[in-house]
Design a binder for this molecule. Structure first.
Ligand code: NAD
Length: 249
């Protein structure tokens, strides 16, 4: 489905980003794996290459503009073009707002929101030249409704939501689409860190979704690939929930 397409996926060393990179590569895309984690990022690329798929790892601290510019430059230099940017990387810090330090706030905003501005900025310059491109941002149900206890995280995802709509509105004239996915709890290393490995706790969380299970990285990757594909060619500025019905209640 993505033959000859060049796709950059941020935060692709783990969880949703890793699965997304794998699914794109298996659909014949040439994939740029971007992450701050050298070891896990390189392992994803090694795994793809062992399947005969095309991928390259670019170590990137997404909170740095120089690194984001380098990432987009490396994609174009290596593969000759840029078709899809998936802004996926994010972190969760669950310190209550009244105890949160300025440093924690800045780290959340820089990782979850500023990174998406920086990568989009440099990707847009290439996409405008080509009058072609798709951006998919990984938002969250917490960009739509306030998830209890993680106010700062919710605020960053609210920002991602409006960044997505603004990208859609401002860059449609260049044939560039922008959409986001809004997952509820997905079974990833981030979730293991925030709610732990306890199966009973996971079961309790799963019951919050009408479908009665946690999401998988593949559930989210499937939605991202749809939004990046021509099958969604008249969809821009949309927020696709991947939440087992969580926000339908
Ligand atoms: N897991 C969930 O329940 C869930 C739900 C809704 C939304 N999300 C969102 O999905 C996205 C991916 O989450 P995940 O669960 O796969 O997390 P994860 O922790 O498994 O993976 C996140 C990746 O981002 C990378 N990363 C973090 N900071 C970085 C930086 N400064 N520069 C480069 N890379 C950096 C990490 O190294 C890691 O590989 C995030 O935006 C998250 O907010 C997750």
């Amino acid at each position: 489905m993505f033959q000859d397409s060049v796709v950059v996926v941020t935060g692709a060393a783990s969880g949703i980003g890793k699965r997304t990179a794998i699914e794109f590569a298996r659909q014949a895309a040439r994939v740029v794996v971007a992450d701050i984690d050298d070891r896990l990022g390189a392992a994803v690329v090694d795994g793809l290459k062992s399947e005969g798929l095309e991928a390259v790892f670019v170590r990137t601290d997404l909170t740095s503009e120089a690194d984001c510019e380098n990432l987009i430059g490396a994609a174009v230099e290596t593969f000759g073009r840029l078709d899809v940017l998936v802004n996926n990387a994010g972190i969760e810090i669950s310190t209550p707002l009244h105890d949160m330090s300025e440093h924690e706030w800045d780290k959340l905003v820089d990782t979850n929101l500023k990174s998406m501005f920086l990568c989009s900025k440099h990707a847009l310059r290439k996409m405008i030249e080509a009058t072609n491109g798709v951006i998919v941002n990984v938002c969250s149900v917490s960009g739509l409704v306030a998830w209890p206890g993680i106010a700062a995280y919710n605020a960053t995802k609210g920002g991602v939501m409006m960044l997505t709509k603004s990208l859609a509105v401002d860059y449609a004239r260049y044939n560039i689409r922008a959409n986001c996915v809004c997952p509820s709890i997905i079974d990833t290393p981030m979730t293991d860190t925030s709610i732990g490995h306890d199966a009973t706790v996971k079961e309790e969380k799963a019951k919050l979704n009408p479908l009665g299970r946690l999401g998988t990285p593949e559930d989210v990757a499937n939605a991202i690939l749809f939004l990046a594909s021509d099958k969604s060619s008249f969809i821009t500025g949309a927020a696709l929930t991947v939440d087992g019905g969580y926000t339908a209640i």
